[in-house]
Design a protein around this ligand. Structure first.
Ligand code: ALA
Length: 461
């Protein structure tokens, strides 16, 4: 048998498969080269298909520029802030330059601090450890911007039927009792809807609170400017901005972060340690104990540079054109698209939907198995929101980004129409997985025994 890795080489794909998938791309072709261009995946019925990645909201593919940059750095990779070697000095300079670059990318104020974290969840947990007072949050949030506040016993405001009413409810809550912080998503990871950040910052500030923004789903699609919006904190993840190397960032006001206990106790976070006690460093070092993820931070900075270099408005125009096609296609196949608010004017390209009579998990499995289309299904780590939207059993989410093309949307809608009109052509088990599933995993995905174990996380339910 041919090795699974060889099977996944584009060279092995029948040329008509690539040719047919290339048809109809123009004019909405990828805006920047990706590291996985022309990747193919096996299909259950045999053969291969260009991988149609419609799951950018979970984790976006790496930019080619990011992968190349890390390749250039690796020969001189060394630890930062800890060595006198040429390599260590080069890496330290690059790491601190990355911090500066990320801060500039999000319009940080001169006295803001930028802390490299693992991801958005890590950044928001760090912020939660530093807020000196009550926090007000909504029930539409991803668990990353919900569980840290729930754990502290903070104040939940249920979203209302409209965005306008929700803003009024938030304002009423802040007016009723002082809070230190209002925290909101910049864009819903379920519906793509974007609350108005400048307006929320004004509401928070009117009542003596600060505004934190979960930027995980917003930063990949819109330029977020802390200065211009007045937002006080922004958290985001590298893996959603085409830099999937394990780093994220928290950027914002320095005072709370300088006063907070060190997020992790360890080397690099201190000024002086004696047998009796420790004098901690200020942020960012205070919250970056241990050897930092230098390559991850450089990856984030490189991705920010690539996105910043796109022509003004190009990304939003590209994604909005694709979103328009997606909306129209989903309506044509009878999908029920989830929305939180009828009056949210701005949306990033993440759309969740259900199809009557078809479990979300079955739809997602079918798209992958028979068409090579990757989407996410489930409750998207936003269980309260899915409950509020009447989707306790989950939904299907399609999400796009700068590497998406018109053909991706066309292939999705064609596959859904086929499912509606003819049903699946393969058999699926009670767990909705294709049965049998003859698709080999690549060698690197197999456990040493040769059998890949599939781990199911609660988020997938
Ligand atoms: N937060 C990511 C998502 O919504 C993982 O899919």
């Amino acid at each position: 048998m041919t090795s699974p890795l060889a099977l996944l080489s584009p060279a092995d794909v029948p040329s008509q498969a690539l040719a047919s998938s290339a048809a109809g791309q123009a004019p909405l072709a990828p805006l920047a080269p990706l590291a996985n261009a022309d990747q193919v995946v096996p299909l259950v019925q045999g053969g291969f298909s260009r991988w149609v990645n419609l799951d950018y909201a979970a984790s976006a593919p790496a930019l080619r520029a990011v992968a190349d940059q890390l390749g250039s750095v690796l020969p001189l990779y060394a630890s930062v802030h800890r060595g006198a070697s040429y390599a260590s000095e080069a890496c330290t300079a690059a790491y601190e330059a990355a911090r500066y670059e990320v801060a500039a990318f999000v319009g940080a104020r001169d006295d803001d601090v930028t802390i490299f974290t693992r991801n958005t969840t890590d950044a928001l947990n760090l912020l939660a450890s530093a807020v000196p007072g009550d926090v007000v949050y909504l029930d539409i949030e991803h668990h990353a911007n919900l569980l840290p506040w729930q754990a502290r016993g903070d104040r939940l405001v249920p979203a209302r039927a409209t965005l306008a009413e929700t803003l009024a409810a938030v304002e009423a809550e802040l007016a009723s009792r002082p809070a230190a912080l209002l925290t909101v998503t910049g864009a819903s990871n379920v519906t793509g809807e974007c609350p108005p950040l400048a307006q929320l910052a004004a509401i928070a500030h009117r009542h003596g609170a600060r505004l934190a923004v979960d930027g995980a789903q917003l930063v990949p699609h819109r330029r977020v400017d802390l200065r211009a919006t007045g937002a006080d904190y922004l958290a985001f993840s590298g893996h959603k901005v085409y830099a999937p190397f394990g780093a994220g960032a928290l950027i914002g006001r320095r005072d709370w972060l300088d006063a907070a206990p060190a997020y992790l106790a360890g080397g690099g976070a201190v000024r002086e340690v004696t047998a009796d006690g420790t004098r901690w460093a200020d942020a960012p070092a205070r919250h970056e104990a241990g050897t930092p993820n230098v390559l991850g931070a450089l990856a984030v900075a490189t991705a920010c540079r690539v996105i910043a270099a796109l022509p003004a408005g190009a990304l939003a125009a590209h994604e909005s054109a694709l979103l328009g096609r997606l909306d129209a296609g989903l309506a044509a196949v009878g999908a029920r698209v989830l929305r939180i608010w009828p009056d949210a004017a701005d949306r990033v390209p993440a759309v969740s939907f259900t199809i009557d009579g078809l479990p979300a998990a079955r739809v997602a499995a079918y798209l992958s198995a028979e068409h090579g289309i990757g989407v996410r299904d489930g409750r998207f780590c936003a269980h309260p929101l899915l409950g509020r939207l009447g989707c306790g059993d989950g939904a299907v989410r399609v999400s796009l980004g700068l590497g998406s093309q018109a053909d991706d949307v066309g292939r999705l809608i064609g596959a859904l129409a086929q499912l509606r009109d003819e049903g699946p052509r393969w058999t699926y088990g009670a767990d909705h997985r294709p049965t049998p599933d003859p698709r080999p995993l690549p060698a690197w995905a197999n456990a040493p025994s040769g059998t890949a174990e599939r781990v199911t996380s609660p988020c997938e339910q």
